[in-house]
Design a protein around this ligand. Structure first.
Ligand SMILES: [Zn+2]
Ligand SMILES: [Zn+2]
Length: 206
């Protein structure tokens, strides 16, 4: 159902159902092996670990019929790219073989998560958000949710770095990213008896 090409601050790209790529914050060479089956590229937000314009242009060049989807807030960055569908959050977009519905997330720039409905399966993909409040996804088959930091560790790391006079970029994580504990609570509140949980965007440090 999914293939994680890369997740985390070094680059993000996840393929669902062999056909739908979410984010392309990786070099084109990482996408190339899967390009033939792709039908749609869904973009979340402008950060370079999620959006590599050179990769987008190469995807378009090699697969001219592929569609891109994003929020209006990315339209300007994508000017020059063809086949861009600009989405509104909460609406359901029917592409025949699958349906897409964007979700508003809460990051330091405008950002979308996505619901994908295909072949009777329901997937939610949400990363780079400080909260999932107000979002529900009952009885989904796959939860791909950001688990950026561990609440039990991050505050110690910040305290130790600050005490040493170092810059603690973890402060930024706490203000614009989701913790493992928040993700787990979301899955517990929403999942039914059978589901898969992928931890996206985990930090290597804490
Ligand atoms: Zn990110
Ligand atoms: Zn981000």
């Amino acid at each position: 159902m999914y293939n994680i090409i890369s997740t985390g601050s070094k680059g993000n790209a996840v393929i669902y159902f062999d056909t739908i790529l979410i984010d392309c914050g990786v070099p084109y060479s990482h996408i190339k092996p899967y390009i033939d089956k792709l039908q749609m590229v869904l973009l979340t937000h402008q950060h370079s670990d999620h959006l590599n314009m050179s990769t987008i242009k190469q995807i378009q060049f090699n697969r001219p019929s592929i569609r891109f989807g994003c929020g209006a807030f990315l339209s300007e960055m994508l000017s020059g790219v063809r086949n861009v569908d600009v989405f509104e959050a909460g609406k359901i977009y029917n592409y025949g073989l699958f349906k897409i519905s964007p979700i508003i997330l809460y990051h330091d720039v405008q950002n979308f998560g996505y619901r994908i409905f295909k072949a009777g399966k329901k997937v939610i993909h949400a990363t780079d958000t400080v909260t999932l409040e107000g979002i529900t996804a009952k009885n989904y088959d796959l939860y791909a949710i950001e688990c950026n930091y561990d609440e039990d560790k991050v505050f110690d790391v910040i305290r130790e770095k600050t005490a040493r006079g170092e810059y603690a970029h973890q402060r930024g994580s706490v203000n614009s990213h989701l913790s493992k504990q928040q993700a787990q609570a979301f899955v517990l509140n929403n999942a039914g008896a059978s589901y898969e949980f992928i931890m996206l965007h985990q930090s290597s440090e804490f």
